[in-house]
Design a protein around this ligand. Sequence first.
Ligand code: GCU
Length: 665
Amino acid sequence: MKKILLLLALALLQTVSARAAGRQVLPFNDGWSFYKMSAPGDVSDVDLPHCYNGVDGTRPGYYRGEAIYSKVFDAPERGSGDRVFIRFEAVGFQAGVSLNGVELGHHKGGFTAFCYELTDLLRPEGNLLEVKVDNRKDMTLAPINADFTMFGGIYRPVSLLVLPKGHITPMDYASPGVYMEQLEASPQMASGAVKVLVDGFSQKQLGKLSLHTELTDVNGNIVARSVSDSKMTHNGFTALVDTLRVVNPELWDGRRSPALYTLSASLADGDRIIDKVTQTVGFRTVTVDHDKGLSLNGRPNNIRGVNRHQDRPGKGWAISEADHLEDMELIKEIGANGIRLAHYPHAEFFYDLCDREGMLVWAEIPFVEQAPDTEEFAASTKSQLIELIRQNYNHPSIFCWSLFNELGGEPVALVSELNDIAHAEDAGRYTTAASNSDNSPLNDIPDIMAYNTYPGWYWADPATMQYAIDWKYRPDKQPLAISEYGAGASVKHHGILTEHPEPGGEYHPEEWQATVHEINYREIDKRDFVWGTFVWNMFDFASAGRTEGDTHGMNDKGLVTYDRATPKDAFYFYKANWNDEPMVHISGKRFSPRREDARQVKVYTNCDGIYLIHNGVRYYPDGNPQAHVYTWDNIPWADGDNRFTAHATRDGKTIYDNCIISYNK
Ligand code: GCU
């Protein structure tokens, strides 16, 4: 009997010590109750992530109001003295959180994480957590107006954190509490200054505390380690600090080789590990030059990429990891090397994906269009910027923080303050912004600048992209990028146009979008001083107020349809230009039947040896290609079905694309 008791005691001791050795992060997404304040009797059981505009988000009258989420739960098992926190990754747009009837706090901001402590209010069983969510327009909270649906809900995951009494704090604007500031990054040496913010220790305990840091590479090899008991104050917390150095590091080199390291930061009292947080980090140098454009680790690396909105049909912003992965695969397929995560902070999971896939990321706060000149608006906008930066500080993929998008008015003071805050928070990254006004004083504030421009859609001919760029490229101005360009397209509408359709109209032929991108991009591709270009948009997205294209409530400038099922022809134009994987695509397959004015056959390919077989007869393309676009204008279309095969070769390998298009003489 004694032996059994001894074994049980040992097992209990191991469990306690293992738990005491560190934190627990417990998913807190299942078993919530939900109702809209507009229908309090209509209570449903939901799991998170959840969005209450998944269905009505494309309709002008979509629900913008308050909703109540609640969850009854037992206190998590924990060691004596342990502390319990709740961390929301994002709630659209404001959240009033209470536990057992006691208010914990009110968070403003629809896209960033926030954290509250539960410890002292927890009962052993039957705790009631309530979250009042509000996605109404609020003149004190950005974005007040924007061209996207303002989805409501607890739309990203929630976790309970069970931390030892003394711990690495989750309360620094809900950041991980561990920051690595890159000091240098060269093929010979990389180094980072690590700061670990702590809480819950007495002065005496702090005196005995040490910081153990390690960097391990992708193969688990320890490439740097250090122990330190140096302390400082950072962001109002006591921080343990140290510097890690890696000789002959693997640099994070974008899409070429996104080398990552795992930083583990452990608090220790002698040999006893008290708490530990790991972060994914990477070393790289991004420089942007007025005339040479963007370089990554000293090599030219202009961004040729896309904008991404996060919503999906039927679920709004409450998307899954599988959804994020699918979006990334499509962005990789066209061969983009960077992403503007417009117009707001995106999910932590997606920034992690960008780190792993080597995508340079433009990160952004949702300061769009309107800027009321009030202290409350300024305070909440600054807070959203600090949350964005501190929560995402360690991502090597992020190279800039964007302060605004297309602001009306000239809130120079606020934008200047945001610029200063970003520099104070993070001296290692550029500030930028996206403007649609050539002469605003706001444009002179960020370190590097970008413009939204739509030649060939909202105005003029696609070829005027040359002027849209060159008129902004001035020696006295910052380095220049194009943060948005593009055109709408329905995969159900077809026709050959000589000028843009009515942008707000219901006819958005797919062929015109492809034409705009072919011609816009031809001008972009001649200008290496443009440090970045971002197609607007990678995916169609919900904008409830729009009444255009084949579906009202949508912005259809995506290269891919809302459900991600159908890449449009323009998608394949970029794939031919950006992705080196051999490909060939007959454009206009859906444009059937054709008529006299639509006889041209167009093929995108990054291969050579291209020819077209039409009803069994071989035809070589007319003239020389531009940007991988080949055309045939003299195909003798037959009445009825016409069979086409595009034949292309690369390195002795032949690839094909086939289709049947009918023709009515
Ligand atoms: C603007 C704006 C986008 C908007 C786009 C459009 O540039 O920044 O948010 O969706 O134009 O009109 O499609």
